[in-house]
Design a protein around this ligand. Structure first.
Ligand code: AMP
Length: 430
């Protein structure tokens, strides 16, 4: 017997029955981002490795440890994209978009790849929905982008999520904070976990978002980035908070929020869910301003702000909500005898063309077994087609949730089904 081949660890299959909740999240995003004027961008899943090294940063966990990097047959170093901001920026620069319009708003969705330690809500192929606004430096743009996320979460029905905001300052004021932080962390070196002792050398800001309790205690008592902001950065952060107030968006200021990527300036933010289903993977999304990235990638001096949400985690939360997303069939067509099989197949085809969702068992079989399948399908109605129905052109719609059969002419089934009010208590599709 041939040996079975399994999927790659940390990379999941999404099958029918489960995919519907993903499609719900994706279609909600499309509708909502569209309302805010964000257009979809699709970039390749593979990019030149240098793109991530120069934007996300060599010292980050993502680039330093987690990237799927390989050499192609031409000897180029390529990487599966670990995030979506840098590829979108690369496309923005490559297509000279800033010459065509002063402000651009883009969104993307798709798989990202990171070689991470796996647990609930953390995978090696995972999915992000993200948005980027290019060309506006103002705090109003940061606030508008957070509003996109707030309205997106509202539209999904996910309300138990807290917005955390912070400012990391800019090239002008961050060095002083950085120096103070390093000095402080060095003085508490022994109290930090082994990972953080290494981070201290390579990327000290990352110590602030370590999940280890001891490291958190050290970080909490450390220097506060907000006290180091220069006047323009402070004004930006104050105005952002005022604008969030104007929009009625609730938030908490969290001076330990740093995010793991190098490219941020000024505003950073995260949306954190409190549901236990996510365990420690409770951040459903985050983002920030990255005014220097375009120039750093050889592009124009265009400011930008963006976010990415983890689709896998949104789906986990929605599944906890217990709502079903599968669309049940309107009608199951069962045939009473073998001679009616072709007529059943044709009727199903016609009704689908007329817009009904119809289930029909192509295997035929006894009427009893077909009725069992009709039950299992979760269809609203079943129509039994036999010799008599074919002769008379008349049949009955049996409501699967119970109730009196409804007489129907075979040439007006679609209209009759549509005219029936949705019964609230039908059997759920499983
Ligand atoms: P990041 O690009 O690291 O800021 O991540 C943005 C969002 O993507 C996070 O808040 C998560 O919701 C999601 N995310 C990041 N890494 C993973 C992963 N390995 N598995 C699942 N979701 C992830």
């Amino acid at each position: 017997m041939s040996q079975k081949i399994n999927g790659v660890k940390g990379m999941n299959d999404l099958l029918p029955g489960e995919i519907e909740v993903w499609q719900f999240v994706e279609s909600t995003a499309r509708t909502l981002f569209g309302r805010f004027g964000y257009g979809e961008v699709r970039t390749p899943m593979v990019e030149d490795t240098a793109l991530f090294v120069r934007s996300v940063g060599e010292e980050t966990d993502i680039v330093g440890k987690e990237m799927y990097t390989f050499e192609d047959k031409g000897g180029r170093s390529l990487s599966l994209r670990p995030e979506g901001t840098a590829p979108a920026a690369r496309a923005y620069i490559e297509h000279s978009v800033s010459n065509q319009e002063p402000v651009s708003r883009w969104f993307y969705m798709g798989p990202m790849f990171r070689y991470e330690r796996m647990k609930t809500g953390r995978y090696r192929q995972f999915y992000q929905i993200g948005a980027e606004a290019y060309g506006a430096r103002e705090p109003a743009q940061d606030a508008e982008l957070m509003d996109v996320v707030v309205q997106f979460l509202e539209a999904l029905g996910l309300t138990d999520v807290t917005l955390n905001i912070n400012s990391l300052g800019d090239d002008n004021c961050r060095p002083a904070y950085h120096a103070k932080l390093v000095e402080y962390l060095n003085a508490h070196r022994e109290e930090l976990c082994a990972d953080c002792q290494q981070r201290l050398e390579r990327n000290p800001l990352r110590v602030l978002d370590c999940k280890n309790e001891k490291c958190q205690a050290v970080a909490a008592a450390g220097p506060n980035v907000l006290e180091f902001l220069c006047e323009p950065c402070r004004a930006h952060f104050t105005d952002l908070q005022r604008k969030l107030g104007v929009l009625g968006i609730k938030y908490v200021v969290n001076h330990r929020l740093v995010r793991g990527l190098d490219y941020y300036t000024r505003t950073v933010f995260e949306f954190i869910a409190s549901h236990p289903a996510l365990g420690t993977a409770s951040t459903v999304g985050g983002g920030g301003r990255y005014d220097k990235m375009m120039k750093g990638l050889g592009g124009p001096d265009v400011p930008a702000v963006g976010f990415a949400m983890g689709l896998d985690r949104l789906v986990l939360l929605l599944k906890e909500g217990g709502k079903t997303f599968t669309q049940r069939p309107d009608l199951f067509i069962a045939v009473a005898d073998e001679g009616s099989q072709d007529a059943g197949l044709a009727l199903a085809s016609r009704l689908r063309r007329e817009g009904l969702k119809v289930d029909f068992d192509t295997r035929g079989g006894s009427l009893k077994s077909q009725m069992k399948r009709a039950d299992k399908s979760g269809a609203r109605f079943t129509l039994v087609l036999g010799e008599q129905e074919r002769q008379s052109g008349q049949a009955k719609l049996k409501p699967m949730a119970g109730g009196e059969p409804i007489p129907v002419a075979l040439d007006s089934v679609a209209a009759t089904v549509r005219a029936q009010p949705e019964a609230p208590a039908a059997a759920p599709a499983s």
